[in-house]
Design a protein around this ligand. Structure first.
Ligand code: AMP
Ligand code: ZN
Length: 514
């Protein structure tokens, strides 16, 4: 049987369309990643999950997939809903808030990137083929900005370099924002630059020698605007034409409208055919917010601090839920519909994920026992999988796909005995289900923690040296060499570093007088 047609809603055309890759049976796409100034919340992961489901569905219908997903570690300003935002760089602001904990801004980026990758793996998301970091692609971004100035798509003022939106046709087409709306938005614009030609023009480069991350450019010291990184890194790794781009709904305007304009100017053509956006997640019927106490990071739910009373009782009691239960809960809303995450959904998801795991163990035992007998469930499981795949191909209808998956697990649970043949069918079905939805077992179990290489950022020498000393101290204590361990602690104290032993291992912070 030929696989169903994979259809997705395209924000660009406002239609649900068959996805037709430019290269035959090879989907190439870019997914906007996190800004690594804090721990990612469950809403962020609703958006990342959409990208994961697109790649899993494409693979399930036999396509190759190449995915690029970035890490934003510079240039994302606080007022990111404005076309040319003012405000402060989120990274720099975080360092000022949490300075005590980090040696410098690169150390902060490294910490939150590692935490993000841990959460990513915990939620059983597949790794992108390339995970570029903005700070490692500044030269390429500079090259693009120079080209845009040379081709008259951009101009230079004392404060930076701006993209001239009049230089491309149809600016704002993706969001449908009219010129009037954009102008209204820019009334709040705190970028005070009398040399800006049009209030809608947005920064490609910001002149700021005092920014904690700054690079040398033909226009002096500064840093790149937020939008240019995704255009540059997308085209660098996927070429001048690729299939699809994902992100949360807040990115439609201005981030993706600006990306489209930059792409058009750099490549001289439309670069991306399909734009897929995830609706925001709400919690218990409200927008997540710290003041409402309904703001959950992934780690609040899978590895909570037992003393943090904003963590729901159900989660705290069990020392955190199975990360796959969180994944399962997020699947209960189709990505394009408003989704209300509740602790009840999480509770139900925990039960269901446990059923998949118990069924999987039972099936393993039955495969091993290999009892003679018929296979009454194989054909029905095959039908169920076809329905799951059809649901996923229908604009990622995850509620329908998980409902069908539950029918399958029911069937396995209700079989009195599982013959060897039935067990092999069930094993095959569980593997297919896991490949498609990722809810039976994690593909990352036993993976090493992300290596320095994978999270490579410009070196943070002090932080690295401290980490090394702490590892030595741990080893000394494991070997019973307490005098050596104490000597290492003294050395760190002399450097102005206080060591705190926690159940998760040693942590450090700078002492106030350091
Ligand atoms: P950021 O770390 O702010 O750059 O955001 C990372 C991704 O999460 C982006 O694609 C955002 O659009 C998305 N996002 C942020 N908040 C939510 C939310 N409540 N629900 C779904 N996606 C979100
Ligand atoms: Zn982006």
């Amino acid at each position: 049987m030929s696989p169903p047609t994979f259809r997705l809603y395209n924000t660009l055309t406002h239609e649900t369309e068959p996805v037709e890759p430019i290269e035959d049976e090879h989907l190439r796409f870019y997914s906007c990643g996190p800004t690594v100034y804090t721990y990612a919340h469950i809403g962020n992961f609703r958006s990342f999950l959409t990208a994961d489901l697109i790649r899993r569905t494409a693979a399930a219908i036999g396509w190759d997939v190449t995915c690029v997903s970035n890490v934003t570690d510079v240039g994302h300003l606080t007022q990111d809903d404005l076309v040319d935002p003012g405000g402060r760089d989120k990274m720099q602001q975080a360092l000022e808030r949490e300075g005590e904990r980090f040696a410098n801004i690169y150390d902060l980026a490294r910490h939150y990137t590692e935490a993000f990758l841990e959460d990513w793996r915990a939620l059983n998301l597949r790794e992108p083929e390339v995970r570029p970091r903005a700070t490692e692609h500044v030269t390429e971004q500079l090259r693009a900005v120079i080209e845009l100035v040379e081709t008259d798509h951009a101009y230079v003022t004392d404060k930076g370099v701006y993209f001239r939106v009049e230089s491309v046709e149809d600016y704002g087409h993706l969001s449908g924002n009219t010129e009037a709306q954009q102008l209204q938005a820019t009334e709040r614009d705190v970028v005070d630059d009398p040399d800006k030609r049009d209030p809608r023009d947005f920064a490609l480069w910001k002149h700021d020698p005092d920014h904690l991350m700054h690079w040398h450019s033909p226009w002096g010291w500064g840093y790149p605007g937020w939008h240019i990184e995704c255009s540059v890194m997308g085209m660098q790794y996927l070429g001048d034409r690729f299939d699809l781009h994902t992100g949360g709904e807040d990115l439609i305007f201005p981030h993706h409208d600006c990306e489209i304009a930059q792409n058009q100017a750099l490549a001289g053509q439309q670069v991306i055919n399909y734009w897929v956006h995830t609706r925001f997640l709400q919690v218990e019927g409200e927008k997540m917010s710290k003041s409402k106490g309904n703001f959950y990071t992934v780690r609040d739910l899978i590895n909570p601090d037992p003393d943090d009373d904003h963590v729901p009782e159900f989660v705290r009691q069990r020392g955190g839920v199975d990360p796959l239960a969180l994944r399962y809960a997020l699947l209960q809303g189709q990505y394009r519909k408003p989704f209300n995450f509740t602790i009840d959904t999480l509770r139900t998801a925990s039960r269901h994920v446990q059923r998949f795991q118990e069924a999987s163990e039972r099936v393993d035992d039955a495969v091993e026992a290999d009892v003679d007998g018929p296979d009454p469930i194989g054909p029905e499981l095959g039908d169920i999988y076809d329905r799951m795949l059809a649901a996923m191909c229908d604009d990622l209808n995850t509620p329908a796909a998980t409902a069908a998956a539950l029918e399958g697990v029911n069937l396995i649970e209700q079989a009195d005995t599982l013959s060897g043949a039935a067990a092999i069918s069930a094993r095959h079905w569980l593997e297919q289900t896991n490949d498609l939805l990722g809810i039976v077992e994690s593909e990352h179990t036993g993976d090493a923690a992300p290596t320095d290489d994978e999270t490579a950022l410009p070196a943070a020498p002090l932080a690295n040296a401290i980490d090394d000393l702490l590892t030595d101290r741990e080893a000394a204590r494991d070997d019973g060499e307490y005098a050596r361990a104490d000597a290492i602690r003294d050395t760190l104290e002399a450097l102005g570093i206080e060591v705190m032993d926690t159940p998760e291992g040693a942590e450090w912070r700078r002492t106030a007088d350091a």
